[in-house]
Every structure is written in C-alpha cells, then in structure tokens.
Design a protein around this ligand. Structure first.
Ligand code: GLU
Length: 423
C-alpha cells in the first residue's frame, strides 16, 4: 500500500469526524430515532494495548495497538488490521464504523471492526514485524475468534502477517483457519482474495459506466496508489475492461502516459522493488500533479483524507471519483465535488470486494471446502452488483448522492438487526 504523497496538506478531519458528518445526512433521510443514532455511532467495544517488541539490536520498543469492534448486530465483527504511523484511535474508530456499513451494504453476515498499530513498518526488519504481529495478536486474541471478530489485511499488512496471526491464535485455541481471512492459499486462504478489492472496484465501475454513459472501454483512468488495491485494479481494468490507465503513483511519485501505461510491465518493475517514478516508459509526475491529470475516472487507492478542499477538490479533472481507499474524500471536498457535478462512488461500495471475498474465505474454512477462482469471482460480481443496484436506485428515487443512499441502506439494515435483537 502507498503512503500519502509527501508535502501533502495534513488531514483536516479525523477518520472519526469524517464518518460522523456523513452519518448524519443519511440518518436524517431515514428518520432514524435518536437512541439508534447513538447506538450506531458509538463502538460496541474498544481494546487498546501496549505492544513491547524486542528489536534486532536487543532494545525493547513499545508500540500502541487498537482493535475496535464497532457493531456486531448482524454477525461477528470483521475488518482489517493496518500498520501505519497515523493509525491512531480516531482513525481506527472511523474505519471500524465504515466496516459496519460495508458489510451491511454488501448484505454479508458480519459486523464491523478495525485494528491498527501505530508504527512505520518500513522501519522494521521482517523479524521485528513478525514479533510485533505475534505480540499484538497475543494481546487482542481474547476478543478475536471465528464467531466473534475476524481480522484481515489492510494498509501495510498482507497474507504473511495473517499467517502469523493465525499461528498465534491457533496456538491458543487449536487450529482455527476461520479466525482470520486474507491468509496465504496454502493455509486456507481463498483463491481470488488478494485481488478481490481491485476486482470489486472494477465490477462497480463497469456497472456505473453502463448506467451513466462514462466510457470504461477506452476510458481514461488515473489511480493514486499502486499497492494491493491500485495494482490489481490497474491490471484488471486494462486486461478485462479495456480501459486506458493513463497515470498511477506510489509514495515516490507518479508516471503518466496519455496512450495508456503498460500495466503488466509496470507491475513487474515494482515487484522487482523499483519505484513507480523510476518507470522509463512515461512522463514522471509528482504526487500533486497526479490529481490534475485529465481523466474520466479518478481512483484514490491508498490512504484516507487525500481529496481535500485545501488541495485538489477544486482542481481534479475527472468525471467520477471512485473511492478505492477508505475515506479518501473529506466531507467538505465531497460537497465541492458534488457542486462541480463530479460523481463519487463511496468507499464502502467501491472497495467492498475485499471483505466480500473474506466472507467467502471464512465460509470455505467453516465448510472445509474450497471454491474455484471462477466461483469466487462470479459470487463477488453478483454480490457487489446487487449492492450497487440498490444504491443507484435509492439515489435516484431520493435525489441524493450515492454516498448518502449507501449509508441509508446500511443504517437501515444495522438498525433493523439492533431492533430485532432488542436490548
Ligand atoms: N481491509 C479491507 C477493508 O477495508 C478488508 C477487510 C476484511 O476483509 O475483513 O475492507
């Protein structure tokens, strides 16, 4: 995953307040009662832990970690774990809430959670990273479990990190593959899980393109971030949707080519440990310039808070913003885009492919049965398309944005589960 471009304006709102302000609009739309607003806005349970780690040089460094379970009315809590210097309490809380709306919108039987450790993993050796992961898992494992709370990868975590979590969890509770998703295939991971977020973004773009007449085949796409989401998305858009990826970036900067970048070659270049900005077959651009490259589709696919009033909301040159990352657009920027007639496909619809295939992985583990890659893709397409259609239809019927419609559907579902379970 890609960190925010250097020199960028710092985030003006925390993850928690971004989610709160968007929540309010949708809660009004469905006349949500006051006590339910309180229940749905506040987390069910928060765990904060100190994580001492023996560093390679013998010192002990102590990191702070969080696991926040936002809501579990519809099923076990579900959500990734991120390692990032800015992963603090408020950010993790906002992301946990988004997971509740994401699983509800996809109508998969989970609630929402998120975990994070405030750390720059690029400064750790692989062994330090392993020790950090094991210690963090030990400290939060009391609240985890296949029917309680199931972690997955997020920013700066991957299948290897999930394997360590599985190992730690299983050493206490016995072999439990369903306790974590996004695992390596050889440890019970699902085919298609790694590319699932990018693939889901492509399916949503395909539907939107057809409904709103924005070209995707031959259409111009700019992607910020070339990690797990952006990299797979670029590849799939070019190979399966026939789109032209005209610019991408990572933390080092970007590269543009108006005839379309050769994505497989660029992926081989970054897989060899080189930076996107060192790619010779295009024009080097800065992370700031990336936002102004003219395109049909602009996909922020790295960290949150990157489209802001102060930086680029007035200048992005696209027809649709597709939120591949979680919370990339601040509420003020969201309104500016709305005024400018630029549609936004919200994060918890656009990037829900990852958690959707996590659901299939969990189900396969519980069934002790493996699906084919094709089955996974077909199910993902059906699930995310159904969610998209629901959002599109409600947005039209109520004359609201996709984000407000998506929130309204998700809030309604979680509120119904809360009411039925009673308190
Ligand atoms: N971290 C991903 C997300 O934000 C995936 C979560 C999961 O699979 O549980 O949706």
């Amino acid at each position: 995953m890609t960190a925010p471009p250097t020199g960028q304006a710092s985030r003006t709102m925390s993850g928690k307040s971004i989610v709160a302000s968007q929540f309010e609009r949708a809660a009004n739309l469905i006349n949500l009662e006051q006590y339910m607003r309180h229940v749905l806005m506040h987390p069910f349970r928060e765990v904060q832990v100190e994580v001492p780690v023996r560093m390679d040089d013998g010192r002990i460094e102590v990191f702070t970690g969080y696991r926040i379970q936002h809501n579990g009315a519809r099923g076990p809590c579900k959500g990734g774990i991120r390692y990032h210097p800015e992963a603090d309490h408020d950010e993790v809380l906002g992301l946990a809430a988004i997971m509740t709306w994401k699983t509800a919108l996809m109508d998969i039987p989970f609630g929402g959670a998120k975990g994070g450790v405030t750390v720059d993993p690029k400064k750790l050796s692989k062994l330090e990273l392993e020790r950090l992961t094991r210690r963090f898992t030990q400290r939060i494992s009391i609240v985890l479990g296949p029917y309680r709370d199931i972690p997955a990868p997020d920013v700066n975590t991957n299948a290897q990190v999930m394997a360590w979590i599985l190992d730690e969890y299983s050493s206490r509770h016995g072999y439990t593959p369903a306790a974590v998703t996004g695992k390596p295939i050889s440890l019970g991971g699902s085919l298609g899980r790694e590319e699932a977020t990018g693939r889901g973004v492509m399916y949503v773009m395909t539907e939107y393109a057809r409904d709103f007449g924005i070209p995707l085949r031959g259409g111009r796409v700019v992607i910020q971030g070339f990690g797990n989401v952006g990299g797979h998305l670029a590849r799939l858009l070019q190979a399966e949707a026939g789109a032209k990826v005209v610019a991408v970036s990572d933390v080092s900067g970007g590269v543009a080519n108006e005839h379309g970048l050769d994505v497989p070659a660029l992926l081989a270049h970054t897989a060899a440990g080189k930076r996107v900005s060192e790619w010779p077959h295009g024009q080097p651009i800065t992370n700031q310039q990336l936002w102004t490259v003219p395109c049909d589709w602009l996909v922020p696919a790295a960290l949150g808070g990157v489209i802001t009033k102060e930086t680029n909301a007035h200048t992005v040159d696209c027809r649709v913003v597709v939120e591949g990352a979680n919370e990339p657009t601040t509420p003020t920027a969201d309104r500016i885009l709305e005024e400018r007639g630029i549609a936004v496909i919200p994060d918890f619809l656009a990037n829900a492919g990852g958690v959707t295939v996590s659901y299939y992985e969990w189900a396969q583990n519980l069934q002790q049965y493996r699906w084919t890659h094709q089955q996974v893709n077909d199910e993902l397409k059906a699930t995310i398309t159904k969610a998209y259609v629901g959002v599109r239809d409600l947005a039209k019927q109520k004359a609201v944005t996709f984000r407000t419609a998506a929130y309204a559907i998700a809030l309604q579902r979680v509120a119904e589960a809360e009411r039925l379970r009673g308190n």
